[in-house]
Design a protein around this ligand. Sequence first.
Ligand SMILES: NC(=O)c1ccc[n+]([C@@H]2O[C@H](COP(=O)([O-])OP(=O)(O)OC[C@H]3O[C@@H](n4cnc5c(N)ncnc54)[C@H](O)[C@@H]3O)[C@@H](O)[C@H]2O)c1
Length: 273
Amino acid sequence: MESKKTKVGIIGCGTIGIQLARAIEKRFCERAELLALCDIDKDKAERLKAGSSLNPEILSIDELIDRCGLVIEAASVSVSYEVAQKALEQSKDVMIMSVGGILDGYEELFALARAKGGRIYLPSGAIAGLDAVKAASIAKINKATLITRKPPQGLAGAPYLAEKNIDLTGIKGETVIFEGRAREAIKGFPKNVNVCAALSLAGIGAEKTMVRIVTSPDYKANIHEIEVEGEFGKLLTRTENLPSPENPRTSLLASLSAIATLKNILDEVKIGT
Ligand SMILES: NC(=O)c1ccc[n+]([C@@H]2O[C@H](COP(=O)([O-])OP(=O)(O)OC[C@H]3O[C@@H](n4cnc5c(N)ncnc54)[C@H](O)[C@@H]3O)[C@@H](O)[C@H]2O)c1
């Protein structure tokens, strides 16, 4: 007997959305079906559809949520809360890549998931160590810090830079651009440090989690370091991520993490915390 396939809809047909669509086609076609795509830029959805043999429909956010069992947001912090809320109201499962967009009001979303029976998946993205942070948070965590190093083009366009009149073209050598709470980091760098939102939610929250953002024209990779201290002891992780060829702000590992999360959802065996 053929098992039922999970009906997947992807909102955001950019760097991560494209990789997810390809993975569904090449790796998960026996267990998942790419039913629908959505993008604010319809050409991007059309292009992804044209390159796929799965013939997904191009739908609005509401239509996509209506039709799919698993909704994947890979679009923007401006829309991730709305997507999660609408999906959960219909008891659908939802994977959110723009984790920064749900930091304000995540408690309501988590309660909605509980009430309606939908699940929220927040991939680790481009960082390592959330498995251990989750375990550590069962006891007391005293301190959690994310140190992000990105080349100037990986931070370009961030609202914080405009607000503080910081011109990255003139930067010479290693320079600390931002130091503060995760909540402020995600407001100032919504497209650059989604990982601090995931770290906050796994650990001690966006008020207590601290973030330092450093840049240098000499950086070739997006480097994320996590330092966590608590009753369990001390955790240090470091990923040296190559940027995606299509989008220097997004590390390749972030796309791979989204695909691995989808695999985890579909698999019977789940490895890791
Ligand atoms: N969790 C993480 O670690 C992590 C890592 C990298 C990127 N991200 C986030 O994931 C998201 C996707 O990243 P990406 O590299 O694929 O970005 P991208 O810019 O390559 O693609 C995003 C796509 O979403 C579309 N889009 C934007 N706003 C939309 C809206 N309101 N409705 C529908 N479509 C919309 C854009 O037109 C674009 O095609 C971004 O928000 C990014 O900041 C998260």
